[in-house]
Design a protein around this ligand. Sequence first.
Ligand code: THU
Length: 133
Amino acid sequence: MDYQKLLEMAKEAREKAYVPYSHFKVGACVITGNGNTYKGCNIENSSYGLTNCAERTALFNAYSNGDRKIKAIAVVADTDGPVSPCGSCRQVMYELGGEDLTVILGNMKGDYVVKKAKDLLPYAFSLSDENNI
Ligand code: THU
């Protein structure tokens, strides 16, 4: 898998961010089993809690197109080190992409790290008993 290309597409998605409140743009791009890609950006709201993060926008975009075999997601923001996804997005990544989902976290300078969903969210919530502490 071409991490650089997915990061580049996440950067393109970031340009579409709607961030009148935080001014903090985030971009994400998902790739699925058949090579399709789905972008997403953060979309804020004056009722702040209604904001949708870039990661969830990208994952929902793939699912909305009936493409559920998520292989990897790249995320970028203008951070000093690679961006660190919020807890809500970690939970959604874990559920929609599975515990072995490849998560590529980057920034605008080209730094990046590669993780798995299960590394980012140990003991992820599940309705079954599989992750009980
Ligand atoms: N944000 C994301 O898009 N992804 C994350 O993982 C963390 C935060 C967005 C939400 C909000 O629009 C802005 O960044 C500042 O919190």
